[in-house]
Design a protein around this ligand. Structure first.
Ligand SMILES: [Zn+2]
Length: 237
């Protein structure tokens, strides 16, 4: 029932946004929800990186238009940006599935905090997953609330998050973990840990966007991960 209510609420929000658009969520062009050039300007090649030995597929760099659209959704409640973001997540998931072997692969969304759900009234990653045409069973949840990650370095983020996520009912299931954006990879890393501990297999991760400095573009040498003092360090191969 909650799920149905959520869907109706999302539809109402999106309709209202289309009826009274203020400006393009990507570039600010007036009187349009998401302009034609922002809809079609991205993405190019799928971006990949590695977190805890798992390949993360991302559709676009977390910069420019894509970053503005994600922030418009998350900070300004611009749910009208979700269909375009969902299309990009779909591209990333399809790329992960193309490289995967075996069947019965499910999506698992990075969990949202209660505070996030309460203040926004919706969960950005859940909305993006739905607009991508997928469903993601709620197998991951927060076991405890970590400190705010802002200002923390990569090692501190890892320490702050370890043990913070728990997985239920995941044994012997196979997952692609999905999120809106991957930055340091600390949150995905913790979700991978929790699912593995619960007996699940992690096939891949897929996100709409990835921070450029961590991304191995087709023109860069392949990045490798080297665990150092509990941290995931990216080095040129
Ligand atoms: Zn635009």
């Amino acid at each position: 029932m909650d799920h149905c209510v959520g869907l109706i609420r999302d539809a109402v929000r999106e309709t209202l946004a289309f009826l009274a658009p203020v400006a393009c969520a990507g570039c600010g062009e007036p009187d349009v929800s998401v302009c034609a050039s922002c809809r079609t300007a991205l993405p190019g090649s799928i971006l990949t990186r590695t977190v805890s030995g798992v390949t993360v597929y991302s559709a676009v760099p977390y910069a420019g238009t894509a970053k503005r659209m994600l922030l418009a959704l998350k900070r300004d409640g611009r749910v009208d940006a979700a269909p375009v973001l969902g299309g990009w997540l779909s591209d990333a998931v399809e790329a992960a599935l193309d490289d995967a072997t075996g069947e019965s692969i499910e999506l698992a969304a990075v969990p949202a905090s209660r505070a996030s759900r309460r203040t926004r009234g919706f969960v950005p990653v859940h909305l993006i997953v739905r607009r991508a045409g997928f469903t993601a069973p709620r197998v991951l949840s927060w076991a405890r609330r970590p400190r705010d990650q802002i200002g923390l370095g990569r090692v501190e983020r890892r320490e702050n998050l370890t043990g913070a996520v728990t997985a239920r009912g995941a044994a012997r299931r196979r997952f692609i973990i999905v999120d809106d954006v991957v930055t340091t990879g600390a949150t995905l890393d913790e979700c991978i840990r929790a699912l593995r501990q619960a007996g699940a297999e992690i096939v891949a991760c897929a996100t709409v966007a990835s921070t450029p400095k961590h991304t191995a573009t087709p023109t860069e040498k392949q990045c490798v991960t080297t665990p150092v003092a509990g941290a995931t360090v990216y080095e040129k191969a």
